[in-house]
Design a protein. Sequence first.
Lengths: 127, 279
Amino acid sequence: MVTQDSLLLNLPALVNDDRALARWGRYLDADVLVEIGADSWMLHIHQGKILEARRGPFRMPSFTFAIRIDADAFTEFLRPDPVPGRNDLMALVRHRLLRLEGDLHPFFSHLIWFKFVFAKLREAPIT
Amino acid sequence: MIENIVGRYLHIELNGHRQRVYFEEAGQGIPLLCLHTAGSDGRQFRAILNDPDITAHFRCVTFDMPWHGKSSPPAGWQNSEYKLTTDAYTGMVMAIAAALGLDRPVVMGCSIGGRIVLDLAAEHGAKLRGVIGLQSSAYTDSYYDLEWLHRPDVNGEVCGGIVSGLMAPQSPEHERWETLWHYMQSGPGVFRGDLNFYAVDGDMRGKLAKIDTSVCPVWMLTGNYDYSATLEASRATAAAIAGAELTIMEQLGHFPMSENPERFKRFLRPVLEKVRARG
């Protein structure tokens, strides 16, 4: 069972055995702070593998970049058939519902990997 | 099986440069000139040029803009920065249409092509049979830093990544990924250079009132999953052109002709029927 609380903690299991994702992300190293509404997670990524996913809150987080997403918009993003404007990370950026902050080079140089990974969460919907 | 599409090269001077422009065509009848999106090429219209119901009545032509697809950049490109402008784009379309002997063509363009057809209708409407704007809007604000599209330390894969979500999730996976492949093949800085027209130079809002749809009809087809040329932007554009016809295409996105050609043709066919009825 995946709950809102454990949502991103499930990512290593969803991502690390996917061979296609491993190829797209093979040069990716980053510490990514993910904030969905008031909830936060830290993803420690090395060579495209999520070595650690930790649940916040964090007092003084150090990270490569942060992804901050509106909670309601992310719930819609997770739907199996997302509506227009909620179907993609860049769609959320377009509608000012996703904000990026920090060194964005790892994000844009591996944009397809990040899109794949967040879309993976649709395979483990929140209960 | 060999397709009926024939590809050739046109040697032409465009904006002071000698260019070798690749174009493809199929069919006979009313000239239908198809303009590809930013950072891609004429392969996007493969399904149109291969449709016997369309090519029975239309001479379908698409060309790769210089710097795109099989049309190389001009000599000296290594010392220049590619930036598409409204004047250069409109001049190129009219010059190529004339060089190919297209008599009062219908011009159908997507995205930047859907933008430039508005300029063509405003400035050269009497020379055209009409325009079809796909994902057409008079103006689009920029919502991310375009510099990420042209950096030596970021692979061209980013161009595919940027546009992947613009397609409807219902579109066939293989068609979506071929569309992205075209983007990932784009030359360095080309997608960003096209977006100079789309997001900086090509604001058409002031020109829409010039369009006379009794001379040059304007048909607009907009997929609802497009968050670049949004429904709101297409609606505002259509509302500002007296007589323009806008159809919203459900379950299609920014690349209707390539992401889901069969679904797109359901929306295109009625427009082409209107073109034929006008003669």
